[in-house]
Write a protein that binds this ligand. Structure first.
Ligand SMILES: [Zn+2]
Length: 445
């Protein structure tokens, strides 16, 4: 029999919880401060007001319960496990809203006419799936059987009502986005399955649980059409500002807000370039390749646009004052890149508009059109195609990396694949300007 504890004992902080401090493991921290610290860890995530009520209430409950891990450390594990189940609930609720009362299944083998079923609850959806499954089994072996698929807009997907089917649906409906996050969604649903069918005892730290709640909030908000500013999974578009880059012959490269041009620094031997960039100094977007800017190649990881240069500091300032260019916001996940492979050399990804503006002699070779969040990912995927034959997908979602291959072949074929994905492409031909000497992207044409 379990021991009966007094109220005072129940209110006593769990010493394990007190070792988590804002500075990592240490402590023990005074319980008062720990209570504040723990609440702060999950205070900044919340759901949009148009999220379905059931999901919102579940989330609020988890956020509220989190701090009680202070009194019983196992609460963190229970909240973490529950959060993974709420992910499925959110997908179910969004599914019902999206279909607004009726789902349609089509026979991919074309033997039977489409079937539309009225659905008021998710149990109705599961019943409809089951009914179609039974109809398949009733047929004799000699007859070809229909292959029922769920209609999502203009596409058909395999759908059994389970979590994997819901994820496929949300992607097909365009509600979830991002190539890198596609892999994370997969990992999250594996974790959810482990929670639903536990095989052993496990314990989660408050740090892990807080992250799970943040991830859950991002996923739910994205399902209802709200990306997260600065998000890890479904980031909102990044704000770009006017940035000056300056470099000299000695390989020194600097980046600053364009207004830094007004400081008379008297640095000799520098060339100046103005770009529109999201990874400006002080922004939260760290770009490992910020110094590799090239007007014709997507060498920086966040999208950067060429504006002016290179030239002297005074000319840059004069142009800045005359034109007064403004910042903007751009989406950076699920971008489309075109890559050229020629004479055994794979070149850095290009924006399809720039690839469309190439001269005839620059179009020779094999071309690949790839959807990825970052140019680095598109490059690694295409390079991987030359490795072991089945390691990377030649069409569609790559199982091996955060890329989705849209097409390949001649320049014209690759461009058509890009146009199928993003619509009309207006060619542009920026002047060939780049910061010289990039270790990561040494080859350009
Ligand atoms: Zn790949």
């Amino acid at each position: 029999m379990a021991e009966i504890r007094s109220l005072e004992e129940l209110q006593t902080p769990d010493s394990t919880a007190l070792i988590f401090t804002p500075f990592g493991l240490g402590g023990p921290m005074p319980a008062e401060r720990s209570a504040e610290f723990l609440q702060g860890m999950v205070a900044d995530c919340g759901l949009a007001s148009d999220v379905a009520e059931g999901t919102r209430r579940e989330f609020d409950r988890l956020q509220r319960l989190f701090v009680y891990g202070l009194l019983d450390y196992d609460v963190f594990t229970v909240v973490d496990d529950r959060a993974l189940l709420v992910m499925e609930q959110a997908l179910r609720e969004r599914f019902l809203q999206w279909y607004a009362g009726a789902v349609t299944f089509e026979d991919a083998n074309g033997l039977e006419p489409p079937k539309t079923e009225a659905v008021g609850t998710y149990d109705d959806v599961l019943a409809a799936v089951k009914k179609l499954g039974r109809r398949n089994r009733r047929r004799s072996r000699q007859q070809p059987s229909p292959q029922w698929q769920l209609k999502v807009g203009t596409t058909l997907i395999a759908f059994n009502g389970m979590l994997a089917g819901l994820r496929t649906w949300a992607r097909a409906a365009g509600l979830l986005r991002g190539q890198r996050t596609r892999g994370i969604e997969h990992a999250m649903s594996n974790l959810r399955n482990a929670v639903a069918h536990p095989t052993g005892y496990h314990r989660t730290t408050p740090v892990e649980t807080a992250r799970t709640l943040h991830d859950l909030a991002e996923l739910v908000n994205q399902l209802w059409g709200h990306p997260t500013p600065g998000g890890r999974l479904y980031p909102a578009p990044v704000e770009r500002d006017i940035v000056v880059m300056a470099w000299n012959d000695e390989g020194s490269v600097h980046m600053a807000q364009a207004d830094a041009l007004r400081d008379d620094t008297d640095a000799d031997g520098y060339l100046y370039l103005l770009i529109r960039s999201g990874s400006r100094p002080g922004s939260r977007y760290e770009d490992a390749h910020w110094a590799a800017f090239d007007s014709r190649f997507e060498t920086t990881q966040f999208p950067a646009d060429y504006l002016w240069g290179p030239g002297s500091r005074s000319d840059a300032l004069a142009w800045l004052d005359a034109k007064q260019p403004k910042g903007d916001t751009v989406n950076y996940v699920d971008r489309v890149f075109m890559l050229r492979e020629h004479d055994g050399q794979l070149y850095p990804p290009m924006h399809p508009e720039v690839a469309a503006g190439l001269a005839k002699e620059e179009r020779h070779g094999a071309w690949y059109t790839v959807r990825a969040d970052f140019p680095e990912h598109a490059f690694a995927h295409v390079r991987g195609l030359n490795g072991s034959p089945d390691a990377h997908a030649r069409v569609g979602d790559c199982r091996n990396c955060p890329a989705h291959q849209l097409g390949s072949g001649s320049h014209e074929q690759a461009l058509r694949a890009a146009e199928d994905a993003i619509g009309v492409i207006v060619p542009r031909r920026p002047p060939a300007v780049g910061i010289p000497d990039s270790l990561f992207w040494p080859h350009r044409f």
